[in-house]
Design a protein around this ligand. Structure first.
Ligand SMILES: *Cc1c(COP(=O)(O)O)cnc(C)c1O
Length: 197
């Protein structure tokens, strides 16, 4: 999935014309502004932290929210999706690398969050998302994080009897490790578009 944050609407159009029909954005307002300027039909996915006061826009402006990290946010999204009479797909963000600089629940908190998510009748839980710690010279840190997310998904799928098919993990610097560890969705920005300004 191309990540078009900081790039203009033309980057999204370019992706759509190249056959990439979904894009990732990390800020609600930036994406909303861009959506008005993109004529092509693409599925917008939110990959950045979502604040409660933007949860309604999260529902109305994104096909899927990859960054769900609290039961409170789940309740809001479920309510707004119900009001809008839509079903929304979500991924649960897990801080599988235990990086203090990253959002997401711990691996230990994930079963409780999944249980809450499965109780939301207007949300569809597609799987899990993680952002690996940034370790330039040691790819094994990212690899362990990705393996941990996959193991967590396998365990939860078994325990809850739900498939959780999507593992969103891997970015420009670590997508190879992510794919080797079972990623089904890599989020790639700078490797496609160049360094962000
Ligand atoms: C920016 C961003 C990406 C893409 O990062 P690159 O290193 O440019 O590929 C992926 N995931 C998230 C959550 C991001 O915020």
């Amino acid at each position: 999935m191309p990540v078009t944050k900081t790039w203009g609407p033309e980057a999204v159009s370019w992706c759509a014309r190249a056959g990439l029909k979904r894009v990732g954005e990390n800020r609600v307002q930036e994406a909303v502004d861009k959506q008005e300027q993109v004529p092509e039909q693409v599925a917008w996915e939110l990959i950045g932290h979502l604040q409660s006061n933007k949860a309604r826009q999260g529902v109305t402006h994104f096909a899927r929210i990859q960054s769900v990290d609290s039961a409170k946010l789940l309740r809001l999204l479920d309510r707004y999706a119900g009001e809008a009479r839509v079903k929304r797909a979500v991924l649960l963000q897990v801080n599988a690398g235990e990086d203090p600089a990253k959002y997401g629940v711990t691996v230990e908190q994930t079963p409780a969050l999944l249980e809450a998510a499965l109780g939301c009748e207007n949300l569809i839980v597609d799987g899990l998302m993680t952002i690996a710690p940034l370790e330039m010279d040691d790819r094994s840190v990212a690899r362990r994080c990705f393996a941990r997310l996959r193991e967590t998904r396998d365990r939860l799928a078994e325990q809850f009897g739900v498939p959780l098919p999507v593992l969103s993990m891997g970015m420009s610097g670590d997508w190879r490790e992510a794919v080797e560890e079972g990623s089904t969705l890599i989020r790639v920005g700078s490797a496609l578009f160049g360094q962000r300004g």
